[in-house]
Design a protein. Structure first.
Length: 418
């Protein structure tokens, strides 16, 4: 009897020693809510839906891979909560307030477009929430004193300046440029920087005019383009820029270069047929990009996440469409949050912010680094644009990278003559 009791005591002692270790065997799981609005409807729905697709793919992949494991054993998984902002600025602040107060979003992704993101940034800062902006290039948002808003895109001030560098390579004698643009925040920021850069390079800005958002008739502007203009630049977002490109072609504009915003890198732009031929677009990312872990090592920066090829393949498989830079922007916004949580070992805002402020990273999307000074906190200083052009190959329209030279898949051709 005594032997039996002694064995029970020994067994209970052993169990007592083992029980404290039990929580690490069955790790706690925490769901982090990613809140955002997106233009499922309205004029920005093409770009907005691509951004949603990219973010959705990231959530699927990170969760399927087991989430992010924190040092205390907690496994972080991600879920999205979103609303349709209908491409309307007046809806954004109300919906972001709801995402934080009612839906308890832990981190935020911006809506597509600088105007909408600018409105959302106010709410993110007010409620002490980190927001990664995708599809929001205007520099001015990051010069308003926000400390929790981080830009994934190359800033608007560097959006089209490379097209002038390409023009100088294409034809050093070309000096006359017409700029026609949408009068929204993003496009205006882009062309103001373009004009200033062009003037420092000796270009004559022969025409500089803006059109109202939602415009569909560009004849009054096209008719003002001086006949000896060698380049037409500008545009706005997908719908208006596509129509503008179509009407430039229909009116037989004769210029060596047409370089426009947002629309040309989108695969859907090819539906314009011959009107797309020769049009150059500024792109944040292309599937032909050569970013790699090996390249990161050569550049002396950290590599994180999937490869370009894997992103391209899995995106096509899931959505049955070619990924655009808007798709890549949505994905990388999530990837940035994942990296910062993993690196900090926490979901705490202050700890995640500390990682973001010091981040110097290479991903499938390219180099990412944020300005961490009070003057322009969160402004993207690492990422660079690539320039694409629709050309004919074997009788079919293909989108080639034409600038910078190191990334070229083809040399640029004249818009006219073709």
């Amino acid at each position: 009897m005594k032997s039996w009791k002694r064995n029970v005591v020994i067994l209970l002692t052993i169990l007592g020693l083992l029980l404290p270790a039990a929580p690490s065997v069955f790790a706690a799981e925490k769901t982090v809510i990613i809140g955002y609005t997106a233009s499922r409807t309205g004029k920005l729905n093409v770009e907005g839906m691509r951004q949603i697709n990219g973010l959705s793919l990231w959530i699927d992949q990170v969760n399927a891979a087991g989430g992010v494991k924190l040092p205390d054993g907690t496994v972080v998984k991600f879920a999205a909560k979103d609303y349709d902002d209908e491409s309307k600025k007046e809806r954004v602040q109300e919906l972001y307030t709801k995402l934080i107060s009612t839906d308890k979003a832990d981190f935020l992704i911006s809506p597509y477009s600088s105007g909408l993101a600018d409105a959302a940034a106010v709410i993110a800062q007010q409620y002490n929430k980190i927001m990664i902006t995708a599809g929001a290039a205007s520099d001015s948002t990051y010069k308003k004193g926000f400390s929790l808003v981080y830009q994934a895109y190359t800033p608007a001030s560097r959006y089209l300046t490379g097209a002038l560098d390409l023009l100088g390579k294409l034809d050093p004698s070309a000096k006359k440029v017409a700029i026609i643009h949408e009068k929204d925040k993003f496009s205006t920021d882009v062309v103001n920087a373009l004009k200033a850069y062009g003037e420092t390079k000796g270009y004559q800005i022969a025409l500089f005019e803006g059109y109202d958002s939602g415009a569909t008739d560009f004849a009054p502007f096209i008719n003002k383009i001086p006949p000896d203009t060698q380049a037409v630049m500008g545009g706005g977002h997908f719908a208006d820029t596509s129509t503008f490109a179509k009407q430039l072609f229909e009116k037989g504009v004769k210029a060596k270069m047409v370089a426009l915003l947002v629309a040309p890198p989108e695969p859907k732009f090819a539906e314009l047929g011959d009107a797309a031929l020769g049009v150059i677009g500024a792109s944040q990312w292309q599937p032909e990009a050569k970013y790699s872990e090996e390249g990161a090592k050569k550049a002396g920066v950290e590599w994180f996440g999937t490869s370009v090829a894997d992103f391209d393949k899995t995106y096509k498989a899931k959505f049955k469409e070619e990924p655009s830079y808007h798709s890549a922007g949505g994905y990388v916004a999530g990837l940035i949050i994942e990296y910062a949580i993993k690196k900090s070992g926490s979901t705490d805002t202050a700890k995640v912010k500390e990682v973001l402020d010091g981040m110097n990273l290479m991903t499938f999307y390219g180099h990412l680094k944020f300005d961490n000074t009070p003057k322009a906190h969160g402004l993207q200083v690492g990422h660079e644009m690539v320039y694409t052009q629709w050309q004919k190959k074997d009788g079919k329209l293909v989108n080639q990278i034409v600038w910078p030279e190191a990334a070229q898949t083809a040399k640029a051709i004249n818009y006219f003559p073709r």
